[in-house]
Design a protein around this ligand. Structure first.
Ligand SMILES: C[S@@+](CC[C@H](N)C(=O)[O-])C[C@H]1O[C@@H](n2cnc3c(N)ncnc32)[C@H](O)[C@@H]1O
Length: 263
């Protein structure tokens, strides 16, 4: 098994620190604190991104009848996890999680406690190898039926020339009509200076981070029907004021989110 490297920050662990988790190391906390010094709203943005995942998952299950999910860049388990949301209303839902970080593998047990009627699996793989992911996912998902591909807060860790657009296109291309793409990604459209400083702090820690404009984010959905309200800050994507955390606010955060459907 790949070793957990505690000498440099890792995206999954820094994000865990932002979310108040315990599965991170001093190097991750150090980068997290540096980012908070640049933008004190980052923890809020991470929470808002989680809430986007929850609302999008509920919408896919309730409104579009999706019963299969391929969640890439799943992260360290954080309750509620995607399978818990989907299976709470549709226990038969099949969920395959994918991540490439050994720390996620180490905690994957928590991702595998799903309903007996459904399927909950974890695959250790790199998003930049979409062919391998499809091959592995096909062991647990019926790719002739709709699947929601969820890449939430993932593609901003992958540069264009490292295949960010190609991997999404390849994965969506392998899915049946009626499948969906759920994506969220960092943008510098709202707070350009802070976001660029944050990107520089990540780069100093050896982590690639890319901000994309609204137009560049929409490019991931080429050929898909983007559902309302389109590509918006995750806080503005179908907010549910009654169930939002009291302190979550509605300020746009520097993460775009959207959902598209393959016809
Ligand atoms: C910020 S976390 C997002 C977790 C979860 N999707 C969410 O939004 O709450 C990003 C995750 O993407 C994973 N990741 C980054 N690059 C990856 C790659 N090339 N292949 C697979 N996973 C990757 C990281 O390990 C991390 O767990």
């Amino acid at each position: 098994m790949q070793r957990i490297d505690t000498t440099r920050p890792h995206p999954a662990r820094v994000y865990d620190w932002f979310l108040g988790g315990k599965d991170n190391y001093p190097v991750d906390e150090e980068l997290g604190r540096r980012i908070m010094a640049i933008d004190a709203g980052t923890r809020q943005a991470a929470q808002s991104n989680r809430r986007f995942m929850e609302r999008a998952t509920r919408m896919l299950v309730h409104e579009l009848g999706i019963r299969q999910f391929l969640d890439i860049g799943s992260g360290i388990p954080t309750e509620p996890n995607l399978h818990q949301i989907a299976q709470s209303t549709a226990p038969e839902t099949r969920v395959v999680y994918v991540d490439n970080d050994p720390i996620v593998l180490a905690h994957a047990d928590a991702l595998l406690r799903g309903t007996p009627e459904g399927v909950t699996k974890y695959v250790q793989a790199d998003a930049r190898e979409p062919g391998t992911i499809i091959e592995q996912a096909a062991r647990f998902l019926d790719l002739d039926r709709p699947v929601a591909l969820s890449v939430i807060a993932l593609v901003h860790f992958i540069a264009d020339d490292d295949g960010a657009y190609d991997l999404v296109d390849t994965l969506v291309g392998a899915l049946a009509p009626g499948s969906c793409l759920v994506l969220s990604t960092l943008t510098a459209d709202f707070e350009p200076e802070n976001v660029q400083r944050g990107i520089a702090a990540y780069a100093a820690g050896g982590v690639t981070l890319v901000a994309r404009s609204r137009h560049e984010t929409a490019r991931f959905f080429q050929g898909l029907d983007i559902v309302q309200p389109g590509v918006v800050s995750v806080t503005d994507w179908r907010p549910e004021p009654a169930v939002e955390e009291p302190d979550s606010g509605r300020e746009p955060v520097a993460i775009y989110g959207a959902v598209g459907v393959k016809r």
